[in-house]
Design a protein around this ligand. Structure first.
Ligand code: ATP
Ligand code: MG
Length: 259
């Protein structure tokens, strides 16, 4: 880790840079993931490196959609695994849903290393006194050749029959546009976290949380934990992903307050 002083105004951003570099060094994150991270950083700068009202609105809707899902699944790539392993495990626990490794660049053994990295954090979380009382521990599913997604040619088409293949709602942060489109064409709902409100993923997802995944995931877990009102279903009926993305764009261009 580099020596970033805590007083540095952009301490968190610089720490995340170290985390993603460590992910590459551990063989969890693809080297290409650094480019995706850099693009994310640029958009994070533009939204003030803070969770804005358009993200809070999307997080509330996402919590309702995931809680009301019959078979939710959490799709994990090398960037998210490096940046927020604990929050991913916690999301699996609060949702009682499995995690599934799904990556684009399949360097030898990387899928397995991601799985082991997640399991290590799961073990740590389960023994942590602060998390006592949380019994559900999510499985970490792996891609198989038994089930394949339609409309997609890359390695990401190989999925687990009881995971992404069967899911009605797929939570997939930092998604690639191609796969988001394929999942939607297969009739699945997609919840994503993407700092770029103009990406194909952001536009095609059912719900896009325009925020950094490290800030959004703990907030999403909290929102799911507090979810009690089935009337939230009505929020979903009137929710417009396009309108929320417009709020993000207006905020970025300085013509809106994010609400
Ligand atoms: P698309 O395929 O959807 O058009 P893309 O090809 O521009 O998008 P990808 O490399 O496929 O981008 O996916 C990376 C996306 O993840 C980018 O939109 C980037 O802004 C976003 N991103 C990167 N890091 C983070 C992060 N920490 N939190 C949230 N989003 C992030
Ligand atoms: Mg892409």
């Amino acid at each position: 880790m580099s020596d970033v002083p805590k007083t540095h105004p952009r301490y968190l951003s610089l720490t995340l840079r170290d985390t993603i570099v460590a992910g590459v060094e551990q063989g969890i994150t693809s080297i290409h993931g650094l480019i995706a991270h850099g693009r994310g950083e640029a958009f994070d700068y533009l939204i003030g490196e803070a969770t804005q009202p358009f993200a809070t609105e999307a997080i509330r809707a996402a919590a309702a959609m995931l809680r009301l899902a019959e078979h939710p699944i959490i799709s994990v790539n090398g960037n998210v695994a490096a940046l927020a392993p604990e929050a991913l495990i916690e999301l699996g626990q609060v949702l009682n849903a499995p995690l599934e490794v799904n990556i684009f660049h399949t360097e030898t053994g990387r899928e397995q290393r991601i799985r082991e990295h997640l399991l290590k954090h799961k073990a740590r979380l389960l023994t942590s006194p602060a998390k006592e009382g949380v019994e559900n521990s999510p499985d970490v599913l792996m891609p198989t050749t038994e089930a394949q997604l339609s409309y997609i040619d890359s390695n990401r088409k190989f999925v687990h029959p009881d995971g992404i293949f069967k899911a009605d709602v797929v939570f997939v942060p930092l998604e690639d546009g191609d796969r988001c489109e394929a999942l939607r064409k297969m009739g699945k709902s997609v919840v994503t976290v993407d700092l770029n409100p103009m990406s194909r993923t952001a536009k095609q997802a059912s719900i896009t949380i325009v925020d950094n995944v490290v800030r959004a995931l703990p907030l999403l877990c909290e929102e799911i934990r507090n979810f009690s009102d089935p009337a939230e279903q009505d929020t979903l009926k009137t929710y417009s992903n396009e309108a929320v993305l417009q709020k993000a764009l207006r905020y970025i261009s300085g013509s809106g307050n994010g609400d």
